[in-house]
Each structure stands twice: as C-alpha cells, then as structure tokens.
Design a protein around this ligand. Structure first.
Ligand SMILES: Cc1cc2nc3c(=O)[nH]c(=O)nc-3n(C[C@H](O)[C@H](O)[C@H](O)COP(=O)(O)O)c2cc1C
Length: 324
C-alpha cells in the first residue's frame, strides 16, 4: 500500500467538516491499511453526549478521504470495523477500482459552512438529488414546512444550551474569537466563520468570561439573542432523517451520506448552515419531530440551506495545505 501517496493528500482529507471544527479523526498507517479512528481530546462530551455528531463527523471524514483518493487516482475502499473501546471506525484498504463518486477534490476544497445570508428556496430537483443520496442508506430528507414555528424552537434551544454552564464552558474551549488565539489557524470556530463583527466578538468574549457571575442575571437569554436569528438570514431548513434504531456504525455511515449531501448542495451552488441545537435539546427535538410527523430519535441533522450571497470564510485545519 502506497502510504506516501495518501499522506500527501491529507491536507485535503482534513477539509472534512466536524461539529465545532474539532477534527476528531486520527489515522494510523498499517502495512495493509490506513485505520481511521478518533481522539477523545477532540470530541464534545458535554454538547454531544451520545457521540452522534462525533460519528457523523467521522463518516464525513471517511467519505472525504475516499473522494480525494479517487480524484488522485488511488484505488481505495472503506471497510467498516467499529471498535468503540479502542476508538476505531474502520480502515481504508487497497481496492480493485477507484471509489466511484461524482465529486472531486476541488468540491471538497471549496465547500464551506455558510452562516451568512442564504437566498432562494431549495428547488425540487435538488431535493430529489438529496433524496437519492439518503434513500439507499434507508434515510430521507425533508424540508421543514412551518418556518415561523421553527423560530420559536430555535430560540428555546439556544436559551436552553446557554443556560447550561457545562455546555457553555465546552463551547468556549472551541471558540476562536480573537486572531491572536493560539488555535486560530488550527481548529475551532473563528469570529470570521461565525460572521461576528469585531465589537460583537469582543462583547461575546467578555460575556462568556463573566458567565459564572452574569448567568443568574439573565446572561443565557442575552447570549441566545446576541447570536441573532439565523432564520432571518434566509434559506430552507432541511432535516436528514435516519432509519429507526441507527447504531453507532450506522451513524458513521450517515456521516458519509451527510458529506455526499453537502457536496451535492455545493455542486448545485448552494451552501449549508447546520442548526444542531434543534435536535440537541430534547424538548425542541420532540417538537420538531411532531412538526415533521417523524419519531424524534430519527432526526439526525438539521441545516439551513440556500444560495450564498458572498464566499464564506474558509475554516481552519490542524493539517493544512502548505503546512502539512
Ligand atoms: C455533525 C455536524 C454538526 C454541526 N453542527 C453545527 C451547528 O449546530 N451550528 C453550526 O453553526 N455549525 C455546525 N456544524 C458545522 C461545523 O462547525 C463546520 O463544519 C466546521 O466549523 C468546519 O467548517 P466548514 O464546514 O466550513 O469546513 C456542524 C458540522 C457537523 C459535521
């Protein structure tokens, strides 16, 4: 197995998306395989206690590796071999053919989460294309019909999350609100990616630093309001729905589906802005399930989708082109 050829592609593989941009994946080069697993230091035990977003992010990484390898002419396939105890999900192994995918490394490189203004509704052809991505895995994609109701749910979810000191402490660990932060060019969520003006970023930093004192004075409500209303920035809210009783390896597989869905949107000129808080908070997850008439445990990912009005900033990576 040509390890060097794959190693050279790592900066592009690392463009995979992950919750809070923690980049939880790790690779181990073995004689006949490249193992993919995760590093607990780069997970979100408080905000993602079930590991749902961890496994979606790992699946997104697996799919990104396959797309990038195929575009470089490497013949690799993914073999799942989930080992929760030792924190491995599977491995890339030599294959007779290149991985079949319509996507290119340039799509992986150009795709970005866009938290800014998104215009237009998702057209029926794109919805059909997304369905075609989700259906073979037993999933579905649905547009949320009642945007007004969703606004109330989003405010509730934000407030509940900001009211939890442990969630806020973990978020703070991954926020990069000042360009002098040592991790600014490596990982986490930067002020630029969060579309925060300088005064807003400075204000948010100050508010989070004063959180223990200010919390009883209504800070969670203020923080939730400071984030603005993403729904006012346009777009259609789409939900990825999983089959019932999806186990951990199944969630990794759906991370692959998620990446394919995001690249499908990207190649259609659209961008995604996930709103995971809606399904992280049990009450809003239940309400969203009721709105869609779907069992709440089947809601796997929620995202606002639309046409970007300007290029979103590129997020940081620990392994980057030119710095690998
Ligand atoms: C499973 C998953 C959940 C995510 N949830 C959120 C979210 O709730 N809110 C948000 O703004 N971004 C969310 N994101 C987007 C990540 O923050 C983003 O992928 C990461 O910062 C890297 O940026 P990029 O997508 O532009 O490469 C999520 C991404 C993944 C893979």
């Amino acid at each position: 197995m040509d390890h060097d050829a794959f190693r050279a592609l790592e900066p592009w593989c690392w463009r995979a998306p992950s919750a809070h941009n923690t980049q939880p994946w790790r690779l181990r080069y073995e004689p006949d395989a490249i193992r993919i697993g995760w590093d607990p230091a780069h997970t979100l035990p408080v905000g993602d206690p079930t590991g749902r977003d961890l496994r979606l992010s790992l699946g997104a990484f697996v799919e990104t590796c396959l797309v990038v390898a195929a575009d470089a002419g490497l013949r690799l396939e993914y073999v799942a071999d989930h080992d929760e105890q030792h924190r491995w999900v599977g491995s890339l192994r030599p294959a007779p053919e290149r991985y079949p995918t319509p996507f290119r490394t340039s799509d992986v490189w150009d795709r970005r989460t866009d938290r800014g203004t998104l215009t237009g509704a998702v057209d029926p052809e794109t919805l059909t294309a997304l369905e075609a991505v989700a259906r073979p895995a037993g999933g579905a994609v649905r547009a949320v019909p009642d945007a007004g109701r969703l606004g109330t749910l989003l405010r509730t979810a934000d407030r509940r999350q900001y009211a939890d000191p442990a969630v806020v402490a973990e978020l703070r660990q991954w926020l990069r609100l000042d360009p002098t932060h040592p991790g600014y060019h490596a990982d986490g969520l930067t002020d630029r990616c969060l579309v925060l003006s300088r005064p807003a970023a400075v204000g948010l930093r100050a508010a989070l630093a004063g959180y223990p004192v200010l919390r009883p004075l209504g800070l969670p409500r203020l923080l939730a309001a400071a984030g603005g209303d993403p729904l006012a920035l346009g777009g259609t809210v789409l939900v990825l729905i999983a089959p019932d009783h999806l186990d951990p390896p199944g969630q990794v597989e759906f991370g692959r589906v998620l990446l394919r869905a995001w690249l499908t949107l990207h190649t259609a000129g659209l961008a995604a802005h996930p709103l995971s808080q809606l399904i992280d908070v049990p009450a809003t997850r239940a309400a969203l399930g009721a709105l869609l008439d779907v069992a709440p445990q089947r809601l796997l990912h929620v995202t606002r989708v639309g046409r970007p009005t300007r290029p979103a900033p590129r997020s940081a990576r620990r392994v980057a082109a030119g710095r690998a």
